[in-house]
Design a protein around this ligand. Structure first.
Ligand code: 5RP
Length: 227
């Protein structure tokens, strides 16, 4: 089965976690976009929810589908969030941010009772790190942060647009893509990055995902975090 079909299948399976009347976090990326599309269909068929998007892109998509929206200013507890990921390890630790929205995604996830991650089978890895870890950084601190992350063993590149300009996140920051190849101790790396002045947020999501739905061919695997 092609990746896109797996993405849609995982997104479809996540719909049963959404109940009438709930506040729903709307992830970002191609898999989350399938979820938003399907949620829009459900809303047209009478489901009542209010969505909190994790990016300008997802907000535009949800609004165009007629999904009622709210904000964290109005509502600080989200019942369920459905989002994608770039990598998932056996402990349900994630790398996120390939789509550039990790900061708002992590804030929304942190305010969510149940974080449901939807992925195709290619995202499952034994050890995180093959996918370059996105790190959102304040421009003023960029050169200092690059040096420090390189000293931790990564090859670091500034994310750029097709025209060569730096990619800007929805919050106006730069993104560093940090190629570690392997992150044997993700918990420790997450702490080190969180302690570095100038890093706004990093793409390691640890202890956040409650459920990961993996579409693998025609099979749907549901993984749950035990602790
Ligand atoms: C965006 C993300 C995405 O969820 C992640 O990049 C996965 O994207 P896709 O579903 O397109 O493979 O973290 O910041």
């Amino acid at each position: 089965m092609a990746n896109d079909q797996e993405k849609e299948a995982a997104a479809r399976a996540s719909l049963r976690f959404v109940k009438d009347g709930q506040i729903v976090g709307l992830g970002t990326g191609s898999t989350a976009a399938y979820f938003i599309q399907l949620l829009g269909d459900a809303v047209k068929n009478g489901l009542h929810v209010r969505g909190i998007p994790t990016s300008v892109r997802s907000r535009q998509q949800a609004a165009s589908l007629g999904i009622p929206l709210t904000t964290l200013d109005e509502c600080q507890q989200i019942d369920v969030t459905v989002d994608g990921a770039d990598e998932v390890d056996p402990e349900l630790r994630l790398i996120k941010g390939g789509g550039g929205a990790l900061l708002r995604e992590k804030i929304v996830a942190s305010a969510t009772k149940q974080l449901v991650i939807v992925v195709d089978a290619s995202k499952r890895v034994p050890v995180l790190g093959r996918f370059p870890l996105p790190v959102e950084v304040i421009k003023f601190a960029q050169a200092v942060v690059v040096k420090k992350i390189e000293a931790l063993g990564a090859k670091v590149s500034l994310r750029q647009e097709a025209d060569g300009n730096p990619y800007l996140t929805d919050e106006g920051n730069h993104l560093l893509d940090c190629r570690f190849e392997q992150i044997p101790d993700a918990d420790s790396l997450a702490r080190q990055l969180s302690d570095m002045p100038g890093i706004v947020e990093h793409g390691l999501f640890i202890g956040m995902a409650n459920v990961v739905l993996v579409a693998d061919g025609s099979e749907l695997v549901e993984l749950r975090r035990e602790h």
